[in-house]
Write a protein that binds this ligand. Structure first.
Ligand SMILES: *[C@@H]1O[C@H](CO)[C@@H](O)[C@H](O)[C@H]1NC(C)=O
Ligand SMILES: *[C@@H]1O[C@H](CO)[C@@H](O)[C@H](O)[C@H]1NC(C)=O
Length: 334
């Protein structure tokens, strides 16, 4: 043997950021970030996270909530998007589409029920950003919205769709798939990574934030501008919608029958998401300060089994049916 040096068996990657499942908490027409105080809000949302979820949410949510549907047990934040509906191509009735736990998560879906996967990343998915710029966790009371239900064209990079076939997610598009997807529609919502450092919110719920990312997927955020100098974790949601059960009602060649809960443009450009920070104390900051926190956490933050997370519930504040066959989308009655 002429080999002088053995190749290392492993190359140690520095990984930073969090990725974890949150089960479905509720489907309701409430929107404490986008439409605080509105009971009901304009359209139905799919909501995960802490049980302080309410019509209006001010102050330190992490101190008020007592349980969460998320795997990280100190995370009482709420995360939500519009809900996907199937619109029957011939009779026009609507049926809510169920979310499925996102696969593959390290260790499977860990028993999540529906829900979505949340990311807090510092750089891309394999490196941290600590040496370049510190990552500041959000303060209590912070909230933000990304995307716009009225959009008829692309408004933000990182709001996308993929057509699932098995575990293959397919090409990333900014428009809804136009053909039946064998195993569901995968949606992604990336939030902006730069904050003005002062405002917990803004009149449009977006202008206190700034997006420097111009491509889809997980990439590093270019430097923040002086107007929004504070680099925060890059928050992203992934949801898999179980559209498969409706594919047999999609006639060959007919247009896409899936619509968001606000109907909106047929293209799906109105896709949007809401975030309301609720980590307890400095737990998110502690996670962001550690290079070894990734995928399912690290020693500095606590986790819970998903069968415990699944027991966290909230009351149905808006008393209306959002599932089953509906003549109209809730809130969209003619
Ligand atoms: C929701 O808000 C109402 C009105 O302020 C309050 O009475 C109720 O306790 C709140 N519920 C939760 C779960 O925080
Ligand atoms: C539309 O079709 C679905 C599926 O067959 C059915 O369950 C629903 O009741 C129909 N709606 C109306 C208004 O007929």
């Amino acid at each position: 043997m002429k080999l002088l040096f053995a190749a290392p068996a492993f190359i140690t990657l520095v990984q930073a950021g969090l990725r974890f499942p949150c089960s479905t908490l509720t489907f309701q027409r409430l929107d404490p970030a986008g439409q605080p105080g509105s009971n009901p809000s304009a359209h139905v949302h799919h909501i995960v996270g802490g049980n302080a979820f309410n019509v209006t949410m001010e102050g330190d949510v992490g101190e008020r909530a007592t349980c969460t549907t998320c795997q990280m047990s100190e995370d009482f934040s709420n995360y939500w998007t519009a809900t996907l509906y199937f619109k029957h191509p011939t009779n026009g009735s609507y049926h809510r589409v169920s979310p499925l736990p996102v696969q593959p998560l390290l260790g499977g879906s860990n028993g999540a029920q529906g829900g979505l996967t949340v990311y807090y990343s510092q750089f891309d998915l394999s490196r941290d950003n600590l040496a370049q710029q510190p990552i500041k966790a959000f303060p209590p009371g912070f909230r933000m919205v990304v995307g716009n239900p009225a959009a008829t064209q692309k408004v933000h990079s990182g709001l996308s769709y993929q057509c699932m076939s098995g575990n293959n997610r397919g090409a990333i598009t900014n428009e809804m798939p136009t053909k039946p997807c064998p195993d569901g529609i995968f949606t992604t919502h990336h939030f902006p990574p730069c904050w003005d450092g002062k405002n917990l919110d803004s009149p449009d719920h977006q202008s206190h934030m700034y997006n420097t990312v111009t491509s889809e997927g997980f990439t590093n955020a270019p430097k923040c501008p002086s107007s929004h100098p504070v680099r925060v974790p890059q928050v992203a949601f992934e949801t898999v919608w179980n559209t498969k059960e409706f594919n047999s009602m999609w006639p060959s060649g007919a247009p896409n029958p899936f619509v968001w809960s606000f109907e909106g443009s047929k293209t799906g450009y109105g896709t949007h998401a809401d975030y309301l920070f609720g980590w307890k104390g400095d737990s998110l900051q502690r996670a962001m300060d550690k290079s070894e926190c990734f995928y399912d956490g690290c020693g500095v933050i606590k986790k819970q089994a998903m069968n415990i997370a699944n027991q966290c519930t909230v009351k149905q504040i808006v008393r209306e049916e959002t599932g089953g066959w509906l003549k109209n989308l809730p809130g969209m009655e003619m």
